[in-house]
Design a protein. Sequence first.
Length: 511
Amino acid sequence: MVILCWGYCTSLNAASCVGLNFTISSTLVVACKDSCTAQITLNGAPTGGSGNYSYLWSSGQTTLFAQNLCAGTVTLTITDVGNACDTVVSFIVTEPTAVTGNIISVPACNGQCNGSVLLVAYGGGGGPGSPYDYTFYGPLVTDSVLGTIDSLQTISGLCPGNYSVLLTDPLGCQGTATGVVTEATPLVPTITLSTNASCPSVCDGLTNSTASGSIPPYSFSWDDPAMQTTANATALCGTVAGITYTLTVTDSLGCTATDAVAIQEPEPITLTFSTTDPTCGGTCDGSAIITNIAGGTSPYTYSWSSGQTSSTVINALCPGTGSVTITDARDCDTTINFTLAQAPELEGDIVPFSDCDAAGNLTATATVSPTSGTSPYTYSWDDPALQSTQTAIGLTIGQTYNVIVLDASGCRLDASTTIPIVLCELVIPNTFSPNDDGFNDTWIIENLINYTAAKLKVYNRWGDIVFTSTGYNKPWKGKSAGANLPAAVYYYVLEVPETKKNYAGQVTIVR
């Protein structure tokens, strides 16, 4: 910088005072608050004067440069000895603000070393963003961190106690700050009320809780399946022995404390139960009985699926499913489902029988044979003789007969059958002698009497009909229109609808 001469003349001849020209190099800011590190240097002797100069700084220094200057006004007096003229120059030395800071503490949880502090530095010779060194001192801790001006630095995991920090700015200027990490009062959660579950497997238990101490506000967390987060927990399940639920309370510091409660439920209702299936298929004589009840709280009430409500026994049950609900004095209930099996119906086979013996006599019977149920069996037929045996005899072909069978349990089988019509084989003679000698006087066609729909026609050799008959209750005696026919060969045609057979042939009358 160029400084022009200014000042006042001390010689008697003021006209001899001339201006001086000179430059200086300077550091006009001290490094730290209250330090003396400024310096000012003249860059060589002034020009424009006599060339003979002396120097006097306000700090007392007499050379071309002054150092270790403190903040304030510094003056330099340059004396031009040859001209007896003084030139006075003033300089202002400034200083930064003091390095200082704050410690903002967060209390530790009671009995723990989890407090923390927030450190912030101010002042010093660094500008925004300049690095500052923090050296932290306190119980059981010495720590250094690197931060910047006006930024928060956090140190955690601190026990309660007094702490200080030495702050150093980029120029080495230092300052201190102090703070106290306090200890929070104990956090105390209290479960003030608990209500057990009202019934087995009913989740309606509840709890009420509060918290005190430390620093509110508090948050609550239960370890139930729903992870409830209120002071009061609801819809809690229980067991007879009890389910333990833990409450965790967290304060504003993050400190936690727990309390626990057990939720119980009443003894479940248990019972001994038996059923009797219906005895026969299609009957409703089954039963169910509660033989013993335990658990719950007496007295008990009963509600059967059939609608009955006043007894431990129910009768006249049909096959299928049913249930009974037992309710105790707490209004707790349990339901038992049961199934009555469908008893097999009494079944059997009925076999009709008819036969034609060699003499053309018919035999007709029916036999019923049970295939289920329990012996012995009884039988009741509806034939005229009201037979009571397994096989009914002497029956009529073509007739339908009914039988009732009862087994030892009283189960009933109703069966019926129709006696089939037996088609006896016809024996047609080819000759007879109607001469009233008592031997072979009629044309006997064996077994034709059994076929009432049979149609018989007899022709003479000229094709004239000499005899007709439907059925054959009256055998032919060799007559036509009441008169004996002569011995000759005759021709017959026989239609038997029952057998779907037709017969034709010759028959000879011998006299």
